[in-house]
Write a protein that binds this ligand. Sequence first.
Ligand SMILES: Nc1ncnc2c1ncn2[C@@H]1O[C@H](COP(=O)(O)OP(=O)(O)OP(=O)(O)O)[C@@H](O)[C@H]1O
Length: 755
Amino acid sequence: MSEYEKTLQEETVYLTQTIDLINKVIAHETGELLESRRKQFLTSRREMWEDTNPSSPDFDRIIETSQYLAAINQDTLGYLHTTKRLDRYQRLISSPYFGRVDFTEDDYPERERLYIGYCSIIDPDTREVCVYDWRAPVSSLFYSGESSRAAYSSPAGQILGTIHLKRQFKIVDSKLKYYFDSAVRITDEILQEVLSRTSSSKMRTIVETIQREQDLIIRDTDSGLLLVQGMAGSGKTSVALHRIAFLLYEGLMSKLSSEHVLIISPNELFSSYIYGVLPELGEENVTQLTFDEISSTLLSEDIALETRNEQLEALLLGKPSGTLFRREGACFKGSKSFHTILNRLLRHYAHQVIPFQDVSFESKVLEKREILKSRFLHNPTAIPMAKQLLKLEKTILEEIHPLRKKRLGKLMNIVERSEGHELEIKTFSRYLSLIEAKQFVRRLHQFTRIHYLEIYRLLFRQEGLLRFLAQGLELPENINGIIAETNAALTAGQAYYEDCAPLLYLKTRVEGIRSYSRIRHAVIDEAQDYSPLQYEVFNLLFPNARFTVLGDVNQSLEKNIDDTLYDQISSILRKPKTSKVLLSTGYRSTKEINAFAREILGKDEQFSLFDRCGEQPSIRPAANTGEKTRAIILDIRDYVSKGLSVAVLCKTMRDAEKAYSQLNEISGIRLIGPQEEELGTGPLILPSYLAKGLEFDAVIIYNADKETYQSETDRQILYVACTRALHILRVYYTGEGSPFLPPHSAGGFSSFRDL
Ligand SMILES: Nc1ncnc2c1ncn2[C@@H]1O[C@H](COP(=O)(O)OP(=O)(O)OP(=O)(O)O)[C@@H](O)[C@H]1O
């Protein structure tokens, strides 16, 4: 028997013991715990019905019943918690762990064998840990370490020691298929195997093959702001989700739970794509919101909003020169300069625009306008403007309340003396008093009621105001056009997507929004899609949160940005400890696809290519649309027959609709638009911006011609589209190809004509 077979046998014995143990735990929990929880739960219910009369209107009884209800809720939660845990154990039986580390702690002679799995398994009799949760401090030894000397942080401090072995297992249906050993670094073999699988419409967990640089991000607990720049497919989203699972596990002590965590996601398709990951990691799902959803919740009562997808369609359609003005406007309204202008606008509004007036009652001045204004402006407690004015209003109304009573007496005298109301002196006097009060309140509201939307409108409506507030700042070349166009849209009751952030900023500053103050950790994925002003909004909306911000400056769709983005984010979010990490290995695509995408980008980026080889991407010029359509149909049918997921990616929705009209004879093919929330199965046609963050076994670029992909931002869109492919990439065009496509000969990429 070889050494390998001997070890395999030994490990099989440990596996059998572990499975027996899981069965013992299940039996223990089912038999004793579950039964006692069930009994407890039934007893509480029975007691409630016997001891109380729930239909009684008696107040004491209601309190009594609610106490019972609280107890029942507690018992129900306990019962559900146990059934959930049992569910997890049942699933663990098929694969209880995936790794092992042998470690000797300094000053202790014993060599410990630590098995690592999705969750801890503890012997209920001996309390011995047989499998450690991958998030436990000691499990970090499995993922980290370049040398045999290693350390992990425990509640008691740093534990130093020596790693003797790292072993990875492939266990399927409770059977040990094989294992790999390495001295210090977990090997690539299992990662190779995982990455060569076909994709599905749902994201998978990566617990078994988390790489060292990813693990450092997942386990970072110090940073108030963690910034991650990572190339396409480097695992940013996966790492973000595993980090949430880790923080929730860690947070058991600090009471961080799923309702305190929020993911800002690029669109609903993406949200549904990642929806299953946290439950698979044994955690509750956390709230996911798109920027559109935040805007809609907070602004849509006041104004009709353009969505991000609508904005992208408008920007991407047509020639870049045709949309220059809109692009300039969008860039300006998201800029740091515009943030300064908004701050100046608020100050200007408070000092110059709010029409403070003398408050008089019965022709006697009670409050001078100068005094009111100065009380408002010298407000040491940073209460938002609108709230402060409401406070002022309340004080004034309280002040005139006794005066109104006196005034009613006077009015009654007047009415009594006048003719025609002898029989209704009291009623008529009250009526007159009410009219006077209404007039008074209306006058008061002229300076105590302000609205963020009016403030924003003023910026574009009042001639010269924006230029006045922009003194010392650089304005876009087409500023007059931008002002006129924005004014027209706002007057028509519409806001462009790029106006949503300024409106949210003003609303939050003016009214003070508390809706998201419970959030203690915010994860922002696709960080490059947000402007500096949007980050200012995040900062205001989530004042109590730490942030994990992940992005790729090369995947911006409508603007050119660079690494300085992260410096800007850091200076906006201003957290005590900020860390920046780079992920430079792409795991999604084959080496060939990654190399192809890198050529499209044309930058000398520090990418390292993970060594998973596959078919060369092929560039396929076609003589005409008919030839192209026939070739694509053949491709799709071939991939579908092999069980691969396929996406035809176009630049815009309009292009996608055209492609669909030509390819709709393929059975089950679907056109995915912005309203779609699920990817489902079967071949798909969609614009690249909706495919952001997603992946497919085979990607077909529908029309990579010179006309469609010509600007620098088009280059990035093409890069995003190509990097969605795991195994196969085919790029079609008619006419002249985009200048960004790698030359066939240089890249060694096969061409349709050469085949
Ligand atoms: N350590 C890993 N082990 C196994 N698979 C991994 C690992 N890291 C990443 N992957 C896989 O690589 C693919 C890309 O991951 P992910 O979507 O998280 O990357 P990303 O950086 O967010 O990509 P993009 O920026 O292109 O949206 C996924 O299929 C993911 O499962």
